[in-house]
Design a protein around this ligand. Structure first.
Ligand code: NAD
Length: 278
């Protein structure tokens, strides 16, 4: 098996889901997040998700959980999958530190939604082994993974991640390293435009989401989806698109930024465009 031990850094909504599917493939997962309580919370969420999936015929939760080990430091592994906050400086710092600690030959992958893989690769001494592996939320349910190749990524590195994606039961789509790759280049301007429509009073949040669900056959509306992604992450991605594609038409709608400043980050904080507290 390629990548028998995988280090997942960042135990938020994406890192927890990634740890779950990698462990589900029979691999040993090391889960690292320095923020107090983060890995404990992730393990509780993973157990709940595995229990729901087991009711529909999924794997025995305890067998998958037994393959996930919370670690307090960056620990040696064959593959790192980084799923920390969407902030370039924070990710660059992590890639530089991980490069120094991981064994030669280990691959460093980022689950970034938008930050150039080339920038993360440049922070390491192994740019040929740095690649994008962009999962979708919720990870255990969503079939797509974008595999992003920077100009410096070796073809064998991308090929190994494509193969791993298939082993996880997911569908890889290969993309070049342009801001937002494919998914967020299309999705985020759509979400941002929905926020503009809301802020201009064109319709209520519920009505805007109903238009997308009934008019475009989307399973959820753009404002509910923004809440699921996290409004802080949406703002960060729009800023990367704005810079990377060189146009202020990608600037985040001020209402998005107002919500973030008020701590309304979406589901993960209990409120965003909708309220989630009981
Ligand atoms: P999140 O806020 O739920 O979790 C981020 C986690 O990173 C937190 O647990 C935090 O403690 C941890 N963290 C922050 N700095 C760290 C560091 N230096 N070292 C280790 N851990 C650190 O965010 P998320 O939604 O899980 O997003 C994580 C990444 O995944 C981002 O790059 C985001 O763009 C990407 N992503 C998000 C979605 C989505 O729908 N939310 C989808 C695809 C990709």
């Amino acid at each position: 098996m390629r990548f028998p031990t995988v280090l997942v850094v960042g135990a938020g909504q994406m890192g927890g889901g990634i740890a779950q599917v990698i462990a589900g493939s029979g691999r040993h997962v090391l889960l690292h997040d320095p923020f107090p309580g983060a890995t404990d919370r992730a393990l509780v969420t993973i157990e709940k998700s595995l229990t729901r999936l087991a009711e529909k015929g999924g794997a025995e939760p305890s067998a998958v959980l037994a393959r996930i080990e919370a670690v307090s430091e960056i620990a040696p592994a064959d593959l790192l999958i980084e799923a920390i906050t969407e902030d370039e400086a924070v990710k660059v710092d992590l890639f530089a530190r991980a490069d120094a600690l991981l064994p030669p030959g280990a691959v460093l992958a980022s689950n970034t939604s938008s930050i150039p893989i080339a920038t993360l690769a440049a922070a390491t001494q192994r740019p040929e082994s740095v690649v994008g592996m962009h999962f979708f939320n919720p990870v255990p349910l969503m079939a797509l993974v974008e595999v992003i190749r920077a100009p410096t990524t070796a073809p064998e590195t991308a090929a190994a991640i494509v193969e791993l994606t298939r082993e996880l039961g997911k569908e890889p789509v290969e993309t070049l390293d342009k801001a937002g790759f494919v998914a967020n280049r299309i999705l985020m301007p759509f979400i941002n435009e929905a926020v503009w429509a809301l802020s201009e009073g064109v319709a209520t949040a519920e009505a805007i989401d109903t238009v997308a669900k009934l008019g475009f056959a989307h399973p959820m509306g753009p404002l509910a989806l923004a809440d699921l992604i996290g409004l802080d992450t949406c703002v960060a991605i729009m800023r990367v698109l704005e810079r990377g594609l060189g146009s202020d038409r990608y600037a985040p709608c001020p209402l998005l930024e107002t919500h973030v400043a008020a701590g309304r980050l979406g589901r993960k904080s209990g409120a965003g465009f909708y309220d989630y507290n009981p």
